[in-house]
Unconditional design. Structure first.
Length: 383
């Protein structure tokens, strides 16, 4: 484990404090040393500080992840006095506001005296206008800055759950404890944090449409067109790709590298936690038959390796890869995928969660680490 630098810039010190605070509230696994963990992430954010143990060969197969019970709160229902009954404050509506590509709020934001202490977590319906995908309600986290009388345009992070029986957007809160992590971060940064949207990429049966368009549902179009269209029409956000992140755990991590690699004009950053080498339904033959209507060429084109090759060189994309140290199924995938992304031109950071397996404990810690990595990249803390 690398030694902790003796001196750090102010932003890094705040991130170390964040790790300790989140640990006290359950956002970090107790066995992970917070100081050492953050030194791996923020000490050299664009390097690969820790190699992953195990074979370097990608492992195909199901991305089902064990689901860990959590005491985190269930998302709140809509406030009756909010716009449209969806719980979104009236001031968040972007109508009439200038379109903002990107802005460094770390330099311009002045939190008001009545800044709320906590963000707001909501259930919202994101219509599948173009995709017609059968999606369940999404979660939306609005940080304290978004709840003020004059909310600033914020960056956006789209996060995805893993895929297992009964899995869905709520897992990112109950297992990933994302609102607690974001609240703690916002408390350190004047109420600033990304707006986080957790759409349903699986459908009502928690199936695996693999974040592609096909006979299992147009999941890709839902995530890359319907969800961004809803966000930009309902929330005050920044529009540049550099301010949009796609991320996820397990099957959601696989989707993140697919969509981040395949649509860099939409998502400038991606977070892949314990993802697979590519979309799959067990075996290539079954995947091609059921997910791609027998079209092997379409299946090959949907693999992250093919998407990276098709869009290289990436001139402004960043990727954060994380995996549990003891994850024998998906652990070997991470260094391979990270190297492919780096070779294609992405700025890459990797992190291995010490003593962790393929579980929501790993995802909870990795999401907190990824948030610290994202803050300076999206202008919420000094670069």
């Amino acid at each position: 484990m690398p030694s902790t630098p003796r001196t750090r810039p102010r932003a890094t010190v705040l991130l170390v404090v964040l790790a300790l605070v989140v640990g006290a509230t359950g956002g970090w696994a107790a066995r992970v040393p917070a100081e050492a963990a953050w030194s791996r992430v923020v000490g050299a954010p664009d390097a690969d500080p820790v190699p992953t143990a195990g074979s370097a060969s990608p492992v195909p197969g199901s991305s089902a992840a064990p689901r860990t019970p959590s005491a985190s709160p269930v998302p709140v229902e809509a406030d009756a006095d909010a716009t449209g009954g969806d719980g979104i404050p009236t001031a968040e509506a972007p109508a009439g506001k200038p379109v903002v590509g990107e802005v460094d709020l770390a330099d311009t934001w002045q939190p008001p005296a009545d800044l709320p202490l906590h963000g707001r977590l909501l259930h919202v319906n994101v219509p599948a206008t173009r995709s017609h995908f059968a999606a369940r309600p999404a979660l939306v986290y609005l940080p304290p800055a978004a709840l003020t009388a004059t909310p600033p345009p914020l960056p956006v992070a789209v996060l995805l759950s893993g895929q297992s029986r009964g899995a869905g957007p709520e897992d990112v809160e109950t297992g990933g404890q994302i609102s607690a992590t974001l609240d703690q971060s916002a408390a350190l940064h004047g109420g600033l944090a990304p707006i986080v949207v957790v759409p349903d990429q699986l459908g009502p049966e928690s199936a695996n449409p693999m974040c592609v368009d096909g006979r299992l549902g147009n999941s890709r179009t839902y995530l890359t067109e319907d969800v961004p269209a809803w966000v930009e029409s309902h929330l005050t956000v920044q529009h540049a790709a550099s301010r949009w992140t796609i991320g996820g755990f397990s099957q959601g991590g696989t989707c993140a590298i697919q969509l981040g690699a395949g649509d860099p004009d939409r998502f400038g950053s991606l977070v892949d936690v314990s993802g697979e080498a590519g979309p799959g339904l067990g075996t290539p033959a079954r995947t091609i038959a059921e997910g791609f209507a027998g079209d092997a060429a379409a299946w090959r084109a949907a693999q992250p390796a093919a998407l990276l090759a098709a869009h290289t060189p990436y001139r402004a994309s960043s990727a954060f890869f994380a995996v549990g140290q003891d994850d024998r199924s998906y652990g070997p995938v991470m260094p391979v995928m990270a190297q492919r992304a780096r070779a294609a031109g992405m700025t890459v950071a990797t992190w291995v969660v010490p003593g962790a397996r393929h579980s929501w404990t790993t995802a909870r810690v990795a999401f907190a680490a990824a948030l610290g990595w994202l803050l300076p990249r999206t202008g919420l803390t000094p670069a």
